[in-house]
Design a protein. Structure first.
Length: 257
């Protein structure tokens, strides 16, 4: 695999993605949502700084995920629909290089969008508290790791499905990942047997995106466990690598003729 080819495809993907109007529409709504946290804090009884941090981080996570899903699920499909995929695969470009280039191009796009949202958020917090807590940067970093994983999932679904179905699948992945704790509750309450075993298998396979959610610790000033941070980072990297490997396997076997 040639790194140069992957880099060229990634940069091309980045240039195409930043021209997508959906991206800027989501960025606009993300900015409005973050700034609305200030209004919400004024109207709510309680610690205003905590409300701003909570709503701000939630907005970054949600709109970042929507960007990854809506842009990522059309990456491969657009190439097939425009018939440009035939030109690309006829050149000395291997399919894994093409797919990874698309993936890293979208990751770069999300990094730029996340940076823009984070600057708005941090500026709002600074204006309100006149301080910048480093733990917020850690929380944003783990939101980025979550987006990398969601991007890998979006690319996987784009390899064999239409953008609408892929978006639904990826959105389901996101929602399930943040509510997988409910499966643990069902497992504890389930009686020993086939049902409990099935729930345990699903719990082991399905993602736990709450590993990347540090809002509670950041908002309430709780200490961040180094062991938890390392585990969450490793979990995200390994899971994303597994999803990408699966995507490459499917894309290699796909017949475009």
């Amino acid at each position: 695999m040639t790194v140069k080819i992957v880099k060229v495809i990634a940069l091309n993907t980045f240039k195409e993605a930043v021209r997508d109007r959906i991206l800027y529409l989501l960025l606009f709504f993300a900015a409005v949502s973050i700034l609305f946290a200030r209004v919400l804090a004024l109207l709510t009884v309680g610690d205003r700084a905590k409300i701003i941090k909570d709503v701000g981080l939630a907005s970054i996570s949600l709109f970042g995920a929507l960007m990854a899903i809506l842009i990522g699920t059309g990456l491969v499909y657009k190439e097939i629909e425009k018939r440009t995929i035939f030109t690309l695969i006829s050149k000395p470009i291997r399919r894994p290089e093409f797919l990874l280039g698309k993936f890293f191009g979208l990751v770069l796009t999300l990094f730029v969008m996340l940076l823009a949202m984070s600057l708005i958020f941090l500026a709002l917090v600074f204006v309100h508290t006149w301080t910048i807590e480093w733990t917020m940067l850690v929380a944003i970093l783990f939101i980025f790791l979550e987006l990398v994983l969601i991007t890998a999932v979006a690319v996987l679904f784009s390899c064999f499905s239409t953008p609408i179905l892929s978006s639904l699948f990826a959105l389901s992945f996101y929602l399930i990942g943040h509510f997988s704790w409910s499966l643990e509750t069902f497992i504890k309450k389930a009686r020993p047997g086939a049902t409990k075993i099935l729930l345990q298998v699903l719990y082991a396979i399905l993602p736990d995106l709450e590993n990347f959610n540090l809002k509670t610790e950041v908002v309430h000033g709780l200490p961040l466990s180094a062991a938890h941070l390392l585990y969450s980072a490793a979990y995200g990297i390994v899971y994303a690598a597994f999803i990408l490997a699966l995507a490459v396997l499917i894309f290699r076997r796909r017949d475009f003729v």
